[in-house]
Design a protein around this ligand. Structure first.
Ligand code: SAM
Length: 297
């Protein structure tokens, strides 16, 4: 008989967990987007706290993890936190999950993690799905720098003020939004970031997953016309266009325009900043232009 574990048992931990608060990511739609380590931790932890115990049960049942689940959410956090901290102080391994994705990311858990750290407990991330990163990866927008900002305010006036805070951020912006508010939110977003493109990522990892990529104006018009889309949504905004590097002719023209004005060193520093050139290269062009023009006289 083979010693290979039954597929359902394959993820079972062989060792007890070290004490601490485990922040465990769960799927954002596709039930199979859960790591083997997450299943190990959820099986072995002495307590699992979830936002909604029925949703957690469905997930655990689907993966053959049979155990009790307690609740930790925005409405009982104040009352439940001390109990969890007591368990951590007693050396237990406690796991926290949210309804979907990574706890703390627009979900409960930050106050608990902070309190656990302040109490000297280990906080141990068990990474996995998050709609923010899944959306970024499929968006086609720059991924070298991004900023996740959570849900915009629901009311337009507050939302516009909030969006304005990000107008100078040189990074791809990632927001969560509801289908009901999408059109109005996109209209404000288009106004806050004129000329930029965006992406609406919907139903990630699910059957009707889709990415709509267009200018923010066009996206706002499309969803205003089509009505609220079904399902869950992430909105992404492209970073402001990077300043184009000037051509040599443009640098030369700027240097000639300075003639008779500032000293070459000072003018070169200023032009370099606008042109996206190193200062010394602009200075060298300044000397060359002076020679060329003297030769032409
Ligand atoms: N903690 C979660 C995470 O790591 O992504 C986010 C929780 S937040 C309460 C829920 C919001 O995340 C939804 O309203 C939607 O904006 C976004 N979201 C979650 N699942 C999604 C999915 N499958 N597709 C698109 N957006 C999703």
């Amino acid at each position: 008989m083979s010693n290979a574990p039954h597929p359902r048992q394959a993820h079972r931990p062989v060792q007890a967990l070290a004490p601490g608060l485990y922040i465990v990511a769960t799927p954002i739609g596709n039930l199979r987007d859960i790591t083997l380590r997450a299943l190990d931790v959820l099986q072995a932890a002495s307590a699992v706290f979830a936002e909604d115990s029925r949703i957690a049960r469905r997930l655990l049942d689907a993966h053959g993890v049979s155990r009790s689940v307690e609740t930790y959410h925005d409405h009982n956090g104040e009352a439940v936190r001390p109990r969890i901290l007591d368990r951590l102080a007693a050396g237990e391994a406690v796991a926290l999950i949210s309804d979907a994705g990574t706890p703390l990311i627009s979900d409960p858990g930050f106050k608990l993690a902070r309190a656990a750290i302040d109490a000297g407990a280990d906080v141990i991330p068990v990474p996995g799905a998050s709609a923010s990163l899944a959306a970024l990866c499929g968006s086609g927008l720059a991924s070298d720098r991004f900023m996740f900002a959570g849900f915009p305010p629901a009311k337009s006036a507050a939302r516009r003020t909030w969006l304005a805070e990000f107008s100078d951020v040189k990074a791809t912006l990632i927001f969560y939004e509801s289908g009901a508010r999408l059109a109005a939110s996109l209209a404000d977003t288009a106004q806050a970031f004129p000329g930029r493109s965006g992406v609406v990522a919907r139903e990630l990892t699910k059957i009707y997953e889709e990415f709509q990529r267009d200018s923010l104006d066009a996206l706002a018009t499309r969803y205003a016309e089509s009505g609220p889309p079904k399902g869950e949504i992430v909105v992404l905004v492209a970073p402001p266009a990077a300043n184009r590097r000037w051509t040599e002719a443009e640098v030369d023209a700027a240097l000639r325009a300075e003639r008779g004005g500032r000293a070459l060193k000072e003018a070169s520093a200023d032009i370099a900043l606008r042109a996206g050139w190193p200062k010394r290269d602009v200075y060298a062009r300044g000397l060359a232009v002076k020679d060329e023009d003297a030769g032409a006289d």
